[in-house]
Design a protein around this ligand. Structure first.
Ligand SMILES: O=C(O)CCC(=O)C(=O)O
Ligand SMILES: [Fe+2]
Length: 315
């Protein structure tokens, strides 16, 4: 594991890596350790497991690595919806493997939930299991619209999946047999969010009375987009502003992390500014953690934004 700016790794307001050498099991992972892991994550750190606790059978891995990428499927990740047990993002030419892929994604998703139910036990009763994904595309040089680029530092905010203040927790596993997955991180939301909100005058716009009234009407009429809370609006604007700001991307101090083959890591991607620079073949499971389950709720992006806005931002 290396970092280009090791001294920054420990600097206040920057994400650092918290390594759990493992193996982790029911017998050695106490409730106190689970609470500490939650606290580290909520502080904007990456919890890193050098030896992934998720076993992927050899033949499943072979199928994932050998997946044929036709031109239309080439630019897409594969998504798995655990609650519906459904895979999306497959090309028609892949119909033959669809059932196998679904089983592999289901197994990965279940194993991740099983492991994290103990590892992050304070969250497990109330989290919502969201999408899982398979990321078969080389990230280096990947083309995308500015707002969709993942090689630019950002806090996650999904345009079509508002969270209404719940936290975005993501659990990654690098299944590439030879190549690490390389990330950059910079300041956490706690350190950087308030500056960005003030510089962009963001709370003024969500507090605008005309805008608020329009939202209230839209919600009553169940119009599209009306279920997005002011919180989601603010987070999404932060996400876009960061990606649009080339100067910020260039100048902000960064740490570089390399997650080797067969390692796993987890992170609240809504408070860790992150970018993926290179790497191919990762599996990922997302959870939405409700605000009420947090160990230090006063440090959450929601609490920070509500104190800046001077009002409630959820609906
Ligand atoms: O695939 C990765 O390593 C992270 C990409 C990312 O930033 C995202 O999916 O939000
Ligand atoms: Fe992201």
């Amino acid at each position: 594991m290396n970092s280009v700016a090791t001294e920054k790794a420990g600097a206040p307001g920057f994400s650092r890596l918290v390594t759990i050498p493992g193996p982790v099991g029911r017998e050695n992972w106490t409730g106190d350790l689970a609470v500490q892991a939650c606290r580290d994550l909520e502080s904007g750190h990456i919890v890193f497991l050098p030896n992934s606790p998720i076993e992927i059978p050899w033949e499943d891995r072979e199928l994932l690595l050998g997946r044929k990428q036709s031109s239309s499927a080439y630019h897409k990740n594969i998504a798995y919806r655990p609650l519906e047990d459904r895979v999306t993002g497959l090309d028609s030419s892949e119909a033959g493997d669809a059932e196998k892929l679904r089983r592999i994604m289901r197994d990965f998703s279940r194993r991740s939930v099983e492991f994290l139910s103990d590892f992050l036990s304070p969250y497990a009763k109330t989290w919502k299991q969201e999408l899982a994904s398979f990321r078969p595309i080389e990230e280096k040089g990947r083309q995308a619209r500015v707002h969709a680029r993942n090689d630019l530092l950002h806090f996650d905010s999904f345009p079509t999946r508002p969270t209404n203040g719940a936290r975005i927790l993501r659990f990654f596993t690098n299944i590439n047999p030879a190549q690490g997955r390389v990330w950059l991180t910079s300041q956490t939301f706690e350190a950087f969010g308030p500056m960005m909100v003030k510089a962009g005058r963001l709370t003024a716009s969500v507090n605008n009375p005309v805008r608020r009234a329009a939202y209230t009407v839209a919600r009553k009429l169940h119009l599209r987009g009306a279920h997005r809370s002011p919180y989601d609006d603010l987070m999404h604007r932060c996400h876009n502003l960061m990606k649009e700001d080339a100067q910020f991307q260039e100048d902000t101090p960064k740490n570089r992390w390399e997650f080797p083959p067969n390692s796993s890591w987890m992170v609240f991607t809504d408070c860790v500014s992150h970018a993926v620079l290179s790497g191919q073949y990762a599996l990922e499971q997302t959870f939405l953690v409700p605000h009420s389950a947090l160990v230090e709720p006063q440090r959450s992006p929601l609490a920070i934004l509500e104190s800046l806005a001077g009002r409630r931002l959820t609906v």
